[in-house]
Design a protein around this ligand. Structure first.
Ligand code: CO
Length: 148
C-alpha cells in the first residue's frame, strides 16, 4: 500500500514536470494560405531555453510557400523582414545579424523544423514579434512572443 502511494505521488510529480516542459517547448503551424495558427506564443521567463517547433500543414513546396519562424524585438521586425527578403534563398535570414534573436530553417508543406534558443538575455514583458521571413509573408504571418 505504501509503495502504491509512493508510485502515485511520483506519477503526479512527473505530470507537473511534463506540463512545465510543454510550456517551454511549443508548436506552431503554418499553412498554404500564408497563415500561422496562433497569434501569440507565451513562455515563462523561468524556461531558460525555449524550443519552437514549426509544422507546415500545407502541401506547397518551400520554394513557393516556404515558412520559417524568426524572432526579433518588435521595433526590428519590419527591417529584419526586409533584410531577410534581400538575403534570399534558401533561408531568407540576414547572416550574422544581431537583431535576429532566433530563426528556424525554411520548410515546405508536410515538413517540420524546430529552433531552440536561450531567452535569459531577453526581457520578461519585452515586446517581441515572431514572423515568417519568406518574401512577403511577414505581413500576414506574424505574432507576439510574450515572456512572462
Ligand atoms: Co511563410
Amino acid at each position: 500500500m505504501r509503495t502504491l502511494f509512493a508510485t502515485l505521488a511520483l506519477a503526479g510529480f512527473s505530470m507537473c514536470s511534463t506540463a512545465g516542459a510543454q510550456e517551454c517547448s511549443q508548436t506552431i503551424e503554418g499553412n498554404d494560405q500564408i497563415q500561422f495558427n496562433v497569434a501569440e506564443i507565451r513562455v515563462s521567463a523561468s524556461c531558460g531555453e525555449v524550443t519552437i517547433t514549426l509544422r507546415h500543414t500545407g502541401q506547397l513546396p518551400a520554394t513557393a510557400m516556404g515558412h520559417n519562424w524568426v524572432l526579433t524585438a518588435t521595433p526590428d521586425f519590419n527591417a529584419v523582414a526586409q533584410a531577410g527578403a534581400s538575403a534570399g534563398a534558401p533561408n531568407y535570414v540576414p547572416q550574422g545579424d544581431a537583431r535576429v534573436l532566433a530563426a528556424s530553417t525554411i520548410i515546405g508543406g508536410g515538413e517540420e523544423t524546430s529552433v531552440t534558443f536561450d531567452i535569459s538575455s531577453l526581457a520578461a514583458g519585452g515586446d517581441y514579434t515572431y514572423f515568417c521571413s519568406f518574401p512577403g509573408h511577414y505581413v500576414l504571418m506574424n505574432g507576439k512572443f510574450i515572456i512572462e
